[in-house]
Design a protein around this ligand. Structure first.
Ligand code: PEP
Length: 245
């Protein structure tokens, strides 16, 4: 399966530097076999989608509301995200689960809304450090996958991103064996839930992916790409990760 390398810019990027970063990624994408995606903040979605239009780099949002429109001050709906030119949307990132109290049920409703608007959802799951130390990582992650994915997820080309919370932005990662074990468990859950379609669904790894560790991680079974935070803010690093896949 063609890997997907997705950059989560989080709350970084003003207009000039965001556009420059997006253009630098597109300019270096010529020798990249993987599919590339950048996910800027809402404020830059339309400008970056326009700048990258027709090129090799897709654009995604970092969240959307579960309702298509309404009295939800400050929120942005899935049809709005699609209208701005995004094709993907990251949902249930651990920072949103922590900062905004997002539950599996809410993430599932958002994923349904995203699919309804023609977006490809990337649903994030991952255990805390305490859960890993207690030996519960696999249990926690497979339960999150079960609770966060709507029934139409496979048919919509939905993507799962395994991101251990303690590995995000810390420079720490699980061992390759630990990553492989969780990805195998997620795959098994997807097969059970979605049948043959579960085999073809992408499962990304995220959490301190850098140019130096990307090749080893991306070579693991059932690792179909990466969700990259910090390193996606430097075009050369992001492209180096993509070339390692
Ligand atoms: C993320 O937040 O999705 C992420 C993986 O961050 P980082 O690569 O910085 O750990």
């Amino acid at each position: 399966m063609r890997p997907l390398i997705a950059g989560n810019w989080k709350m970084h990027g003003l207009r000039a530097d965001g556009l420059a970063l997006a253009r630098a990624v597109a300019a270096g994408a010529g020798d990249v076999a993987a599919e590339l995606l950048v996910c800027p903040p809402f404020t830059l979605l339309a400008a970056i989608a326009e700048a990258l239009s027709g090129g090799p780099v897709a654009v995604g949002a970092q969240d959307c509301h579960a309702a298509p429109k309404g009295a939800h001050t400050g929120d942005v709906s899935a049809p709005m995200v699609r209208d701005a030119g995004a094709r993907f949307v990251i949902l249930g990132h651990s920072e949103r689960r922590a900062d905004h109290g997002e539950s599996d049920g809410l993430v599932r409703a958002k994923a349904e809304a995203a699919i309804g608007a023609g977006l490809v959802p990337i649903v994030c799951v991952g255990e805390s450090e305490a859960q890993r130390l207690a030996g519960q990582a696999e249990l926690v992650v497979t339960a999150q996958v079960d609770g966060s994915l709507p029934d139409g997820f496979a048919a919509a080309g939905g993507v799962v991103a395994y991101e251990p919370v303690w590995a995000i932005g810390t420079g720490r990662t699980p061992t390759e064996a630990e990553i492989a074990a969780i990805h195998a468990a997620i795959r098994s859950g997807l097969r059970t839930r979605f049948g043959a379609a579960g085999e073809g669904m992408r499962i990304l790894y995220g959490g301190s992916v850098k140019p130096g560790n990307a090749a080893g991680i991306l070579a693991l079974p059932h690792v179909d790409g990466a969700l990259v935070g910090g390193a996606s803010l430097v075009a050369e690093d992001f492209l180096a990760i993509a070339r390692a896949g």
